[in-house]
Design a protein around this ligand. Structure first.
Ligand code: X2X
Length: 334
């Protein structure tokens, strides 16, 4: 509760000149919280959408963005979007899986070969299935376009990780998601579920030795300052659902709601391109900042997961329907 009040009282991070010009009170103030620094494409594109919304609604709708966990950690923001303290939140598939378990199905180890498969699944049957589950309890819903987080890579500060056996005993931070804890336990690591807001400090103080995230996040969150190696594991793909509080979204007049959702969905499509481009370019920047990259024997990881019955366990948890949708796109898993 304290963090909510603190966050809402704070000035918006990026008040644009346009919004200052439109100083008269908006009729609809929408609040959006997320967990990433200002320099991440998710924030940049969302801010562009906010500017477009203000302009196209003649200032009637203001989308105020609270980046960088200003409103609290992911668990707090998930609660806030459910109870209407905020209108929007972008949890990753992992973060929302604490509420909607099937949402972590895209994070089954080594499910996707490339982005073509990712978007075929998430803009298709897998995404539809998850979207329905998100909506079921009646509090929140996901906008049509999912935003990208990326393929996740493992960083650490000890010896480089090149094979699954190198994971044994490694203290690794994972997002607060049962699937992630289970997957890294299956690899004989010692996973610790920690919210993103605490990751830099956890690495700096050596509470954990390792973490895993897409390269754009490793860059914007400056994790290269507290990590030495990056193993290019591509072990899972992760994305952000653009979640709305249903009551607030649907209480907007149709014309205004349409501007809001169209602006956000189109920004999401552009954000996907940004991440793709960054994935290709950011490695050189991270190397300049002292990180060393190495390839990994991904087959050793898959074999270890199979052996630990990771795939069969999670197939049962997610259910035949969801698993079938995923295999329909990526082929037989495991
Ligand atoms: O917490 C993470 O690692 C992050 C930023 O990737 C997510 O939001 C899942």
């Amino acid at each position: 509760r304290r963090t909510v009040l603190k966050g809402l009282a704070a000035a918006p991070a990026a008040v644009t000149l346009f919004n200052i010009g439109k100083a008269q009170a908006a009729e609809h103030n929408l609040r959006y919280g997320h967990n990433l620094p200002l320099s991440h494409p998710l924030h940049i594109r969302a801010q562009e959408a906010a500017d477009r919304i203000a302009k196209e609604t003649d200032g009637k709708v203001q989308l105020q963005i609270f980046p960088s966990n200003q409103l609290g950690g992911d668990t707090d923001m998930l609660q806030q979007v459910r109870n209407g303290a905020i209108t929007f939140f972008t949890p990753s598939s992992l973060v929302i899986s604490t509420l909607v378990p099937v949402a972590s199905i895209n994070a089954v180890g080594f499910a996707f070969k490339d982005y073509e498969q990712v978007w075929a699944a998430m803009d298709g049957p897998v995404g539809d299935h998850i979207r329905d589950e998100i909506k079921k309890p009646g509090q929140i819903e996901a906008l049509d376009v999912m935003w990208d987080n990326g393929f996740r890579q493992i960083t650490n500060s000890g010896d480089p990780i090149t094979d699954a056996k190198d994971m044994a005993g490694i203290k690794i931070r994972v997002p607060v998601a049962p699937l992630m804890v289970d997957m890294f336990r299956a690899l004989d690591a010692a996973p610790a579920a920690i919210q993103f807001s605490e990751v830099y400090t956890a690495l700096q103080t050596k509470t954990v030795d390792a973490q895993e995230n897409p390269l754009p996040i490793i860059s914007v969150a400056k994790l290269y300052e507290v990590q030495k190696n990056c193993a290019v594991s591509n072990h899972i793909w992760d994305g952000y659902w653009f979640i709305a509080n249903s009551r607030q979204l649907n209480s907007l007049p149709d014309d205004l709601r349409s501007i809001v959702t169209t602006s956000l969905n189109e920004a999401g499509k552009q954000q996907r391109n940004d991440i793709k481009a960054l994935n290709e370019g950011v490695r050189a920047e991270l190397e300049k900042n002292g990180m060393t990259f190495n390839e990994v024997d991904t087959e050793s990881f898959r074999a270890k997961l199979r052996e630990a019955k990771f795939y069969s366990t999670w197939k049962e948890k997610f259910g035949e329907a969801a698993w079938g949708h995923l295999e329909g796109v990526v082929g037989q898993l495991a």
